[in-house]
Design a protein. Structure first.
Length: 225
């Protein structure tokens, strides 16, 4: 899953990197420890940037409670899960980020529960595929492959640039066509991703700052304070 990420780029930088046609008047402050329920940038048709809350709340929900089950949507079932299937048909998006955090599982070769910051090698922003509804958004995840599979079994869905326009097109609702786009999700190598071990300070949501994404040597003495 993807449960935390960093977004520090200005709207001007995002506008340049993604060739945006519209951005909001309000700019979010840099956030190196973005967590569910917080406001995030979301790229929709245009492309343009909007501000939404992380954790999708479907229109039929009886409350605005965000659960762990609605911050991420599995690529294998996003088209059929009640929470996501309507958004999947016509409200697809990308969530830009400097990078995201993942915690190593016991299945890999790294110390269990150690955090890694996963980002592009060229420092350009990531574009994590997602779905949105009523001003809330979920990140779509897929089975991790390549080097990232040694850290965690899931990763965000990254799509080739050639499919971005169709993915954002609200008129495209054909399930088969959308499933085909998902099947073209990029591998970590194709998406130019690298994973750096970082301080366990990121485990505490109250901690925030550029130091959270700095690489460390595994085994360094650390503190959450």
């Amino acid at each position: 899953m993807c449960g935390r990420f960093a977004t520090s780029k200005s709207l001007d930088l995002l506008e340049e990197e993604f060739s945006l046609v519209d951005v909001p008047a309000r700019e979010l402050p840099p956030n190196w420890n973005t967590a569910p329920t917080q406001e995030v940038y979301v790229m929709t048709e245009g492309p343009k940037i909007e501000i939404m809350r992380w954790g999708l709340i479907p229109s039929w929900a009886k409350s605005d409670f965000v659960s762990a089950h609605t911050i991420n949507a599995r690529s294998e079932s996003v088209h059929e899960k009640p929470s996501f299937r309507q958004a999947f048909k016509s409200r697809r998006c990308f969530i830009p980020a400097d990078g995201y955090y993942e915690w190593a599982t016991e299945l890999g070769r790294f110390p269990s529960k150690h955090p890694f910051f996963i980002h592009r090698a060229d420092s350009r922003a990531l574009a994590m595929a997602g779905v949105y509804e009523n001003g809330t958004v979920a990140i779509i995840t897929k089975e991790a492959t390549g080097s990232l599979a040694e850290i965690h079994h899931r990763m965000p869905l990254f799509l080739p640039n050639s499919e971005w326009k169709r993915w954002l097109d609200p008129q495209l609702s054909d399930e088969s066509a959308l499933r085909t786009i998902i099947s073209e999700g990029l591998s970590p190598e194709q998406a130019h991703l690298v994973a750096d071990p970082v301080s366990t300070r990121v485990n505490k949501i109250a901690n925030n700052g550029a130091e959270l994404i700095l690489p460390i040597e595994l085994g360094e003495q650390e503190t959450l304070l």
